[in-house]
Design a protein around this ligand. Structure first.
Ligand code: NI
Length: 138
């Protein structure tokens, strides 16, 4: 951080108390670090909503490999968008269930579209996409 500013914030005591409890729970060293993270999260969420810039996503899928054709289907979908799908990791959770983590880059709409197609595939029990940005945040 090259140029740091100090700011004063007026805040209701009860709200501050709850905030302090939460940042302790989340193991932040101090309020400043927690507030900086909240601001970054706010900026990233806005960027994901309104920009056509390239962002990144990680999609976690849980599925049963017993479902007929599921592995081939998920593999085929990822190949169809090979320019966006960077990598995937497959983990065998137990005899029945698999987890796949797929790293995707592109604009946020494209990432959502690819994720929706994978999540809605027959046999996928749960899928969760997390998107983030690596630009415009210090
Ligand atoms: Ni597996």
């Amino acid at each position: 951080m090259s140029d740091t500013n100090r700011i004063g914030v007026s805040i209701d005591s009860k709200l501050l108390e709850k905030f302090d409890e939460k940042i302790e729970e989340k193991m932040y060293a101090n309020r400043s670090e927690a507030i900086r993270d909240l601001i970054r999260d706010f900026l990233v969420k806005d960027e994901l909503k309104y920009s056509n810039e390239e962002v990144i996503g990680s999609l976690t899928l849980v599925y049963s490999h017993d479902t007929r054709g599921i592995s081939d289907k998920l593999n085929q979908l990822q190949h169809e968008d090979f320019t966006n799908v960077l990598s995937s990791v497959h983990l065998h959770l137990n005899e029945e269930n698999c987890m796949e983590i797929v790293a995707i880059k592109g604009d946020s709409n494209k990432i959502k579209e690819i994720s929706d197609r994978l999540i809605s595939s027959k046999g996928v029990k749960h899928g969760k996409l997390v998107m983030t940005s690596f630009k415009n945040i210090e």
